[in-house]
Write a protein that binds this ligand. Sequence first.
Ligand SMILES: Nc1ncnc2c1ncn2[C@@H]1O[C@H](COP(=O)(O)OP(=O)(O)O)[C@@H](O)[C@H]1O
Ligand SMILES: O=C(O)[C@@H](O)C(=O)COP(=O)(O)O
Length: 421
Amino acid sequence: MRLGAVADDVTGACDLAGRVVEAGLPATVLLGTSSKAPDAFAADGPGCAVVALKIRTAPVAEAVAAATDAARLLRAAGATQLYQKYCSTFDSTAHGNIGPVADALAGVAAADGTAVTVGTPATPGSGRTQYQGTLFVDGVPLAESPMRDHPLTPMRDSDLVRLLRPQTGRTVGLVRWQEVQRGSDAIASAVGDGHTLVDALTEADLVAIARAVLALAEERPVVAGGGAGVATALARAAAGPSGGTPASTLPAVPVTGRVILAGSASAATRGQIAAFPGERLVLDPLELAAGPSALDRVRDALAARADRLAPVLIHASPEVAAAQRALGAERAATLLEDAIATLAAFAVHELGVSHLLVAGGETSGAVTATLGIDRLRIGSQAAPGVPWAVADSAGRTVAVLLKSGNFGGPGLFTDAWEAAP
Ligand SMILES: Nc1ncnc2c1ncn2[C@@H]1O[C@H](COP(=O)(O)OP(=O)(O)O)[C@@H](O)[C@H]1O
Ligand SMILES: O=C(O)[C@@H](O)C(=O)COP(=O)(O)O
């Protein structure tokens, strides 16, 4: 199998690729669709290529167009199984973009409308489970988890069918956990036309779903999808006997500087910021809106540091509600994302920093775009779903760890460097 995944943000792409590599399948992440990628898959044999987009909160038409291009690019590069990677916390709005992108990928898999989609956000290794169609985050229903107050996609319902239905004109079905316990044949028979969400509480459930996808794909076009969980189970099935042997080693990147850039306001990132013992610099969107001096101050402080090898943390102010009231959610987010991306480019290209740890999906998308990175070579994980990668930025080799806001333990900003290339 050649798994071709379209991810709605870059940290989601890294999450999927990191776990797939650990499961034994080589993986590449392509940033956007501008780079034509006939070599996206390893020369021979099974593999995985992920196109990382920044479409989670984009206007629906833009998201659909980008996802369609990405799926076509993957098919042209040799993908045999398409995968829609969305967030394990189902980050979306009433209009999209999970439903519209699912419709679009089904359209690429079969132009005659016969393709179905099957999947689940459940990723039990990261505490995401689905039971009776309800999504749980560390045992708490989604709408009662910290995702309730996400700055861009506040999740106020936990029922996945109810969330997905308004986003698509196709039918939305549910395969309940009791059916999943009857095995992959039962799951495959319960899959309807349109989009089917399947309950999963354990890795064994994901294996059964992956087997059902593979069996269905023998009969009709299927797009698999969800969090990284089902993709990892598919990768294990495809890796066969080599499964369990991580499929990538990265070249060493000489350490000339370490910078942490955190634009995420998620609970795990807040914990990591609180636990970080080193020097820190704060970016406040209200100050950024007032003029260039706030960014200049942080840039000067970064340049003035004597010890570039000791990681420095630059993080967004935690006062989200006040900034959004004053500026609007989109403007506040854009100010922060632009400032963080500018600082990343300054660190790499003016200060010669070799290692960047970026927290937040939208934030990472802004950083990789400004650095002009079009491909990530994926290596080993510093934490589940958080792999190191090596990239080229305008002729300079950088090691980057692009972290989902919600992933990693409290000590990640201190510990992650041990696993770095
Ligand atoms: N204090 C703040 N005020 C307004 N927006 C903020 C603030 N802190 C962070 N944000 C924005 O919230 C968004 C967080 O999204 P993202 O980077 O994807 O993180 P996560 O991975 O946690 O979802 C970013 O666009 C960021 O700029
Ligand atoms: O599935 C997940 O939880 C992650 O892979 C993911 O999509 C990350 O999104 P952000 O939390 O916005 O980084």
